[in-house]
Each structure stands twice: as C-alpha cells, then as structure tokens.
Design a protein around this ligand. Sequence first.
Ligand code: CAA
Length: 257
Amino acid sequence: MPQNLLIKGPEKGVRLLTLHRPEALNALNTALLGEIAAALDEAEADPETRAVVITGSEKAFAAGADINEMAARDLVGILEDPRQAHWQRIARFPKPIIAAINGFALGGGCELAMHADILIAGENARFGQPEINLGIMPGAGGTQRLRRALGPSLTMQLVLTGEQISAERALQAGLISEICPTELTVERAIRIAEIIAEKAPLAVRLTKEAVHKAADTDLATGLRFERHAFTLLAGTADRAEGLKAFQEKRKPQFKGC
Ligand code: CAA
C-alpha cells in the first residue's frame, strides 16, 4: 500500500495518481518516487488503464527532491542511488501521462512534470530548477528536457539563476499546453485523458513513441520510425474498425488489438 501516493481508478480508462506528502510540499523522497514508478508499472499491466493523470495539491505539484534525504547521501550513496531506476521506469511508461500542475513544480517536481506527455497547469503554477541555489544541479533530466522544451536562453537563465517562471510564461515558452483556473486543473487533465482513453490503444502507444523519437533522433531516423509504426498499425483490427466506423457514420469500438 503506497504511503505517499493516492491512486484512483481506472475510471473511463483513466488512472489518477495524486502525490500526497503535504508536510513537505510533495517533495519527492525515494519512497514517493518508488511508489510513482510502481503505480505506473501497475497501470502499464492493466489493459483497462489507457492514460494516467499525475497531480499534486493546489499548493504544490512537487517542490523537488527531498532535500533532507539528499543531505544524508554522500557520493557513494548518490552513485548507488535507487532513484535513478525509478526515474527510468517513469520515463519508459508507454501510455500517455498528463500532468495536472498546480503551485510549485520545482527541481525534481519540474522534472517529474516534464516526464509527462501533456502538461496542464493551474494559474498559480510556478516552474523552476532551483538546484543551483543548493550548490548542485538538476539530476533527473532538467537540463536536457528543459533545453528541448524552452530552447537554450530561457533554460540557461532558469538553471543558472534558480529563478521560477509563471504558468503564463511557461505556456508562452512551450513547456505546457494549457492554463486553467487552479481549481479546475485536475478536472481538465482528466477530461483530456478520457478523450485519449477512447482512442485505439496501439495507435496511441506508437504515436507517443514517435513523438518522443523527434527529441531523441535526427529527422531521417524519426521519419523512418514514423513510417514503420504507421505501417505496423495496418495489421491491427482497430485500424479496420476505425476506418469502417467512419464509413458507416458511427463511433468506433476499439479493442486494443
Ligand atoms: N525537500 C524537503 N522538504 C521540503 C522541500 C524539499 N524540496 N520543499 C519544501 N519542504 C518542506 C519545508 O522544509 C517545510 O517543512 P517544515 O514545515 O517542516 O519547515 C514545508 O515543506 C513547507 O515549506 P516552506 O515553509 O518552505 O513553504 P513556503 O511556501 O515558504 O516555500 C518553497 C515554498 C519556495 C517551494 C520552498 O519550500 C522551497 O524553496 N523548497 C525547496 C525547493 C527546492 O530547492 N527544490 C529543489 C530540490 S533539489 C532537486 O530537486 C534535485 C533533483 O531532483 C535531482
């Protein structure tokens, strides 16, 4: 039973994970990170779960790695840190993740948000990588994923000054896709997840993988992957159903095969 994470659903194909360490603004200690990774393993294995929403509280999505836990770790402790394996499990989750971000998304919290495929933020959201203020630097993808999302100048400004940006600025810069009134962020993220949950699961999975390839490879390799994935889907029953349903002017019934 997770101690720091509330798990709800799946309802209408959507599983909701709520970070719950209110005493530490949802700081990602190793236990919480492990619980997120384990919950995603479960969600991956469950065919009823088609998409996952991750959220925190209205005050904080997550205020970073747990600084008290980090302070107790020396170089060898960091080298042998189990956190890296948890981050890798989160990164390779194949179904769509939507982050519903209210309040602080700082350090590891911002990095967790960037592991999501779609980022929806409340008006009160604040993004930043303040590690530099602690004499360290981002260690869970912050420099790399922010650079891809925001470009070099704003990324450098954030990681070198530790400054935070507002939801408005994050939207303008392309880090997030929508801003909502704070109290509606989770509802909106769930709605987006429900829409995705109605699509053909294999098409969703390959589409997610193809979009990720755009960040990981050169254009020619990415285009080749897209074409192979597109071709692969020609062998699925859901493709036949999708095309037939269009012709028969009805809603498709996708089965995930
Ligand atoms: N780790 C552990 N505890 C944390 C925490 C963190 N990252 N962030 C906040 N808390 C705790 C505070 O210590 C405080 O606990 P107590 O009530 O027991 O004192 C409680 O949460 C509430 O926090 P504040 O009183 O500080 O709340 P605030 O509204 O005044 O300030 C804040 C909010 C600006 C987010 C401030 O808490 C803060 O600066 N937190 C640290 C942010 C940070 O530096 N994150 C990066 C961590 S390093 C990292 O993330 C590296 C990595 O992943 C690789």
